[in-house]
Design a protein around this ligand. Structure first.
Ligand SMILES: N[C@@H](CCC(=O)N[C@@H](CS)C(=O)NCC(=O)O)C(=O)O
Length: 207
């Protein structure tokens, strides 16, 4: 097994969290480097694409969350071996990334522009994507997005749905997912109650 160091912000969510979770679920040893916001500017210029997460593999640093998810998913047995199932898994992860990117572009907007942009996103693109995710989930059997079992796509969607429902995103109604794609809420609860996921967050809360 290679020597791994995953570097991401110090919170239990975002683009780095699916890989953290996958490594925990797979029982794979790694260094969990958590970066405080105040330390980020100094580190930024030393990352390959000026962003996190990054993964160091035997001393070599790579980036891009979904590439990392695929790689650690393979190590952890949470990525399909079948090419078609792998494609379904990738599609969901990349579409989830589209939403994160679009919301990310609104973060630094002035208040009025942010409100307008987020309300449009919520009613338009995000609703459309959520409905498509729900349809994809149903087509894959209703429980998981690919391979009829938990994969990194489920971990990525788990984080996205948790974020959208958390209430931290002003002007994106926190009941949006519940209203437009209720099966994704059931999926969220399925992943949250996976014994290893539940045990991980219980431990994090106690830390
Ligand atoms: N396409 C990249 C995007 C990475 C990204 O934007 N990361 C954010 C955190 S979730 C970041 O590093 N933001 C700080 C900055 O851009 O200065 C990926 O999927 O990893």
């Amino acid at each position: 097994m290679p020597k791994l160091k995953l570097t991401y912000f110090d919170f239990d969510g975002g683009r780095g969290e699916p890989a953290r979770l996958a490594l925990h679920l797979g029982g794979i040893a790694f260094e969990d480097q958590r970066v405080a916001g105040k330390d980020w500017p100094a580190l930024r210029e030393r990352t390959p694409f000026l962003a996190m997460p990054t993964l160091e593999v035997d001393g070599k640093v790579v980036a891009q969350s979904n590439s990392i998810n695929r790689y650690v998913g393979k190590l952890a047995g949470l990525y399909p071996r079948d090419d078609w199932q792998a494609l379904l898994c990738d599609e969901v992860m990349d579409a989830a990334e589209d939403i994160s990117t679009r919301i990310g572009h609104t973060i630094d907007l002035p208040a009025d522009a942010k409100k307008k942009a987020r309300e449009e996103l919520a009613a338009g693109l995000i609703t459309h994507y959520l409905q498509q995710f729900q349809a994809r989930l149903q087509a894959a059997g209703g429980e998981y997005f690919a391979d009829q079992r938990l994969t990194v796509a489920d971990l990525k969607m788990f984080m996205l749905v948790r974020w959208l429902r958390s209430g931290v995103l002003d002007h994106i109604p926190k009941d949006l997912v519940d209203r437009v794609a209720p099966k994704l809420v059931q999926h969220f609860e399925r992943v949250a109650s996976h014994p290893k996921v539940a045990e991980y967050y219980k431990r994090r809360r106690a830390a």
